[in-house]
Design a protein around this ligand. Structure first.
Ligand code: SF4
Length: 290
């Protein structure tokens, strides 16, 4: 199996076989992201992807329960690649339970309802969507390429096709300046998207990114730890999906938490308050990662 560059996948796909059917991200403009800056987006040659699936099948096909299709917005891949890849996965992994990938609101806008239903029927059951913020001013500043409404529509379209969604928000994305608006609007967007899974990560300013240049010139400042936890508190207290599994277990976070929202919101808010008051230890800086 051939892999190109660094691979990224959500924490919940740690046990998945990763099939790198696309390289890079078709958008690649988000100001904080350096994951695929060195890669020019392309769809892998179909024969290469199918050869990788065949090799994975030979080596550990019986053990594969999940397949995560990389890289950064693999839903961009056209149907004439998705269909044979999903067929091959079904035939090669007898115990396959789900196929998932990262997707952007733009990817979903570019696929018709019929195409999404076709992909769902072939096994693509979960999309990881990262609006990062519900605040349109923040979304423009981070060059996310989609608005509040675009992400609501993307989630609606995925659900209408029978796919589950996992929505990812980014604490600190609004900077100090739009911290309150970012947190409150993100909670509203989480409610409106109504995902099955919901997570919050914490922004790290990565050297070399456009955001790092803004920070260096004084035009962006990341909230301090108390500010980040305050955003998390606002988000958890305000988000009202019907019933989403919520996690802050990503390595970037100061406080790993989990539960169902909205049912467990009071318990999670109490845990955040305890951390804000210093009664719960935070993950030390050296143990945090991207
Ligand atoms: S859509 Fe995702 S992978 Fe692409 S640039 Fe933005 S954050 Fe990075």
């Amino acid at each position: 199996m051939r892999y190109e560059g660094t691979l990224y996948r959500p924490p919940s796909e740690a046990d998945a076989y990763i099939l790198q059917a696309t390289i890079g991200c078709s958008w690649n403009h988000c100001t904080y992201c350096d994951m695929y800056r060195a890669k020019r987006f392309r769809v892998r040659a179909l024969a290469e992807s199918l050869a990788d699936v065949a090799e994975a099948s030979r080596r550990f096909g019986e053990r594969v329960r999940k397949v995560f299709v990389a890289d950064g917005d693999a839903l961009a891949m056209p149907l004439d690649h998705w269909e044979p890849v999903l067929h091959a996965c079904r035939e090669s992994f007898p115990h396959l339970r789900r196929v998932s990938c990262y997707a952007t609101a733009r990817n979903l806008a570019e696929k018709s309802p019929e195409e999404l239903e076709r992909l769902r029927g072939l096994g693509l059951g979960l999309l990881y969507l990262g609006p990062e913020s519900g605040d349109d001013a923040t979304l423009r500043r981070i060059a996310k390429g989609g608005s509040f409404d675009d992400h609501v529509e993307a989630a609606r379209k995925a659900r209408a096709a029978g796919m589950r969604t996992s929505a990812i928000f980014l604490l600190g994305a609004g900077g100090v300046e739009r911290s309150a608006e970012h947190a409150a609007a993100s909670a509203r967007l989480a409610t409106a998207m109504d995902p099955d899974f919901l997570s919050a990560l914490t922004l790290t300013v990565i050297p070399g990114t456009p955001l790092a240049k803004l920070e260096a010139s004084g035009r962006f400042a990341l909230p301090d730890v108390a500010g980040i936890l305050g955003e998390l508190r606002t988000f958890v207290a305000g988000a009202r999906p019907r019933d989403a599994l919520f996690r802050t277990n990503h390595a970037s976070n100061h406080l790993p938490l989990g539960g169902r929202l909205p049912a467990d919101a009071p318990r999670i808010v109490a845990a955040i308050d305890a951390a804000l008051e210093g009664r719960v230890p935070l993950r030390p800086e050296w143990a945090r990662g991207l």
